[in-house]
Design a protein around this ligand. Structure first.
Ligand SMILES: *[C@@H]1O[C@H](CO)[C@@H](O)[C@H](O)[C@H]1NC(C)=O
Ligand SMILES: *[C@@H]1O[C@H](CO)[C@@H](O)[C@H](O)[C@H]1NC(C)=O
Ligand SMILES: *[C@@H]1O[C@H](CO)[C@@H](O)[C@H](O)[C@H]1NC(C)=O
Ligand SMILES: *[C@@H]1O[C@H](CO)[C@@H](O)[C@H](O)[C@H]1NC(C)=O
Length: 486
């Protein structure tokens, strides 16, 4: 009996190490000379053999305790943006240093604030047509919330079959921006699958959304109070527009209201929408302008500084919808579709250079003749599942944990909307609004609600929190996953 038990324990230890598909293991990466602190795997999971629909993932095993640490799925938004955005610019295992020679491959160093320090993290390009994911039948590229959620769920079931040693780890899903729609709808599919007894059984625990698109009304009403609180519009205009619009800005029904909203938009038009403190770089000047520019006062020198080597200020393109407007039912234009190719404020060289390199593609097992783009217009995407608030209500009522975070200087999905909708669920406040601390400093504010719902801000952060504030992001990520007080 004892021998059998020991045998089983040994076997499970062995399978923990050996279950993952060997052909998916990444042994080296162009640009990186060091040794991997943990195992990395990547490749395709086919979710529809008939149409040849293949979703790409990159999986980073935890550098702490892989067998016990949570497994966290990460999704960027768009729609149409690749999760390599998160991998390269936010919380991935590497920092990328631009090459000294033009067009040369970036140098990779280990990122001390990688989320793989404390979790097994799975980056997924979804839906098909985005990033490295593709389908042989291009009609799959016409898609929407519903299809994306069921496809991502199908992916997860197949992925866990390939990596069964992670089935018992607590499983979370996370992301930002338009993933504010992907996540609750995917969570809903997961829970539906659990209720139906779908195998394999996912040990689903909850979700984290950063500056997430949620609801037409709340997101649509968020800009005016944000602009006022941040001193971007005058008291007079705020009072006049509030009166004319009767406090509801998201779908103006009278001329006076529309006219005054026009003035609000004018006042904020030239700001960097992803972080109002950052300069906006305009087309041709984008490359030349940097911290040595003589005009800004020297105290502005550190704007855009981050613990990550690439300045965020040059990369404000395309990580989010809405573009100063809430997401409405129907077609959601992708960023290239909106900007018609003339992309201002945009300097994203590192990711496409690296990911379109032949040797890199080979090393990560990606399809060779595929042009990787940060945000693509390959897809035709429809918002067809409405407001996310009923999903949040349902999931939190079922006991799933939710962390809703906001970089508080993001004007794309302003904190005012996320704070308002989390409060609107009507849950009892169990941890009243207070600062949360990192490195002896106030890192932001948080309010905890019953049903494991937490709202949190990150002070001074723009739209993509782990890019602007990598240390603070790793801190709240770790505390929340570990169930500690943030
Ligand atoms: C592609 O998918 C569409 C919709 O499912 C189907 O009607 C069409 O026959 C497929 N085309 C091919 C070449 O399989
Ligand atoms: C203004 O809003 C209030 C409360 O939301 C509502 O009762 C009232 O009917 C609205 N007035 C107009 C003119 O829309
Ligand atoms: C504005 O919202 C109201 C309900 O809040 C709705 O009845 C009306 O149709 C909307 N108007 C427009 C122009 O979308
Ligand atoms: C909160 O989450 C914990 C850990 O998952 C769970 O045990 C608990 O039941 C949840 N509480 C509520 C009120 O849902």
């Amino acid at each position: 009996m004892e021998k059998v038990l020991i045998f089983i324990v040994l076997l499970s230890l062995l399978t923990f190490i050996d279950g993952a598909p060997k052909h998916a293991l990444i042994t080296k990466l162009p640009g990186f000379d060091g040794s991997f602190p943990s195992k990395h795997y990547s490749g395709y999971v086919n979710i529809d053999e008939k149409s040849g629909k293949n979703l790409f993932y990159y999986f980073v095993v935890s550098e702490r305790k892989p067998s016990e640490d949570p497994i966290v799925l990460w999704l960027n938004g768009g729609p149409g943006c690749s999760s390599f955005d998160g991998f390269i610019y936010e919380h991935g295992p590497f920092n990328y240093q631009t090459a000294k020679t033009h067009g040369g491959l970036p140098k990779l160093q280990l990122n001390p604030y990688s989320w793989s320090k404390v979790s097994n993290i799975l980056y997924l390009d979804a839906p098909s047509g985005v990033g490295m994911s593709y389908s042989d039948n291009k009609s799959d590229y016409k898609t929407g919330d519903r299809k994306t959620a069921t496809d991502s769920h199908a992916f997860l079931l197949k992925w866990f079959e390939l990596y069964p040693e992670f089935l018992l780890n607590p499983f979370y899903i996370s992301g930002e921006s338009y993933a504010g729609v992907y996540l609750p709808t995917l969570a809903y599919e997961i829970v539906k699958g659990l209720d139906a007894g779908t195998k394999p059984v996912l040990n689903f625990k909850g979700y984290m959304v950063g500056n997430g698109v949620t609801d037409e009304v709340f997101d649509g009403n968020a800009l005016v109070p944000f602009a006022h609180g941040m001193a971007l519009i005058s008291d007079n205009l705020f009072e006049d527009v509030t009166t004319a619009c009767n406090g509801s800005f998201w779908n103006s029904t009278n001329n006076k209201c529309s006219e005054l909203l026009g003035k609000v938009y004018q006042d904020v038009a030239d700001l960097n929408i992803y972080d109002i403190l950052e300069p906006c770089f305009h087309s041709t000047k984008a490359r030349e302008t940097d911290t040595s520019h003589p005009t800004p006062p020297s105290s502005f020198k550190n704007l855009g500084a981050t613990k990550r080597p690439l300045a965020v200020r040059k990369r404000i393109f395309g990580r989010a919808w809405p573009y100063r407007a809430p997401v409405k039912e129907g077609l959601v234009p992708t960023w290239p579709q909106i900007l018609h190719g003339s992309v201002g404020c945009f300097d994203d060289e590192v990711a496409p250079l690296w990911l379109n390199n032949k040797a890199v593609k080979k090393a990560i097992h990606a399809k060779e003749n595929l042009n990787w783009e940060l945000c693509t217009d390959n897809i035709e995407y429809y918002h067809d599942l409405g407001s996310m608030i009923p999903y949040h209500k349902y999931l939190t009522a079922r006991g799933y944990r939710a962390l809703i975070s906001s970089g508080d200087h993001d004007m794309c999905v302003p904190f005012t909307g996320s704070e308002a909708w989390t409060r609107s669920l009507g849950y009892k406040i169990i941890d009243e609004w207070r600062p949360w601390i990192f490195d002896d400093q106030v890192a932001g504010y948080t309010q905890g609600y019953d049903h494991n719902l937490t709202f949190l801000t990150v002070k001074g952060s723009g739209h993509t929190i782990p890019e602007y504030k990598p240390k603070e992001a790793l801190a709240f990520f770790t505390r929340w996953l570990d169930g500690e007080k943030i």
